[in-house]
Design a protein around this ligand. Structure first.
Ligand code: 13P
Length: 288
């Protein structure tokens, strides 16, 4: 099966009141881990690629080819969308040219008028090729590719304006932040989420910073209209914890245990297990 737009899978999630998981790629092991998790559980999946990952893994074309070739090699036949995460304008345009099936244009650092103008152009170019588009209003707090900002709450009127531009799904800050949450975090702002949903109709909403949010808050966010949840940090932590355990047990010092494939194998399995755990929580397991 080839890469698909994320639009249809999120529309189905909206109708079925569950959320599809977006999992960030970081290396080759993560590509394998997420594709196998999706296939073995018969679940649709969105693979997210940040600007940092794109540079690390050889650019959008290389990643498109790698994911498609892995899908062919592993016989993947569940829906897989390859999605730009927090793309700058130029990054979104490059990914549209280089085989991605979904893009996020994050114009949240621009004044709203410029964010709207650029989002419209991304929508025009992406939709001409059947590629889905995510836009963002208001920054998402935390650390994302070196950018640090405090947790923000999006303006519902701006969300309504953005949703009317023909985008396919919308990221809006509701107190969520990327990375680990501070001990004094106040939790998701559900009254704001309800207001944004009221103004944006059946537009699927995206929850960034999906790691380390208590399960009951995730379930409530889904019940109020979140249809896509982005997870990176918890999968990275699971990967690194497994690799650390391998080294701490001295397994790299026995036989051929120093081989990089052996060193990282546990990390791959732990990433896959975390992915399946999140899919189960999001309610999308088995929905392919
Ligand atoms: P976490 O790293 O907090 O899981 O957030 C991922 C994300 O939102 C990517 O856009």
């Amino acid at each position: 099966m080839y890469l698909v737009s994320a639009k249809e899978m999120l529309q189905e999630a909206e109708r079925g009141r569950y959320a599809v998981g977006h999992f960030n790629l970081n290396n080759m092991e993560s590509v394998r881990a997420f594709l196998l998790a999706a296939q073995e559980t018969h679940t649709p999946i969105i693979l997210g690629v940040s600007g940092g990952t794109a540079k690390y893994m050889g650019g959008y074309r290389t990643i498109t080819d790698m994911v498609q070739d892995f899908m062919h090699y592993l016989d993947i036949n569940v829906p897989v969308a390859l999605h730009v995460d927090h793309g700058k304008y130029e990054e979104a345009l490059a990914a549209i040219e280089q085989g991605f099936s979904s893009v996020m244009f994050d114009g949240s650092s621009y004044p709203i008028e410029e964010n709207i103008a650029k989002t419209k152009e991304v929508v025009r170019l992406a939709h001409a090729k059947g590629i889905s588009v995510e836009a963002e209003v208001g920054g998402i707090g935390g650390e994302e590719d070196g950018k640090i900002s405090m947790g923000e709450c999006a303006d519902p009127a701006q969300c309504e304006q953005m949703a009317s531009l023909g985008i396919d799904f919308l990221a809006a800050g509701i107190g969520n932040i990327h990375g680990k949450y501070p001990a004094d975090w106040k939790g998701l702002n559900f009254s704001l989420l309800g207001e944004i949903k009221r103004r944006t109709g059946d537009m699927p909403l995206v929850l960034h910073g999906g790691s380390c949010i208590p399960d009951d808050q995730i379930r409530k966010a889904i019940s109020l209209g979140v249809g896509k949840i982005n997870v990176n940090t918890e999968c990275q932590m699971a990967f690194t914890e497994a690799v650390r355990k391998y080294i701490e047990e001295g397994r790299d010092l026995t036989s051929k245990g120093f081989a990089p494939r052996a060193l990282l194998a546990g990390g791959l399995d732990a990433t896959k297990a975390m992915c399946i755990k999140k899919m189960t929580l999001f309610g999308c397991l088995g929905k392919a």
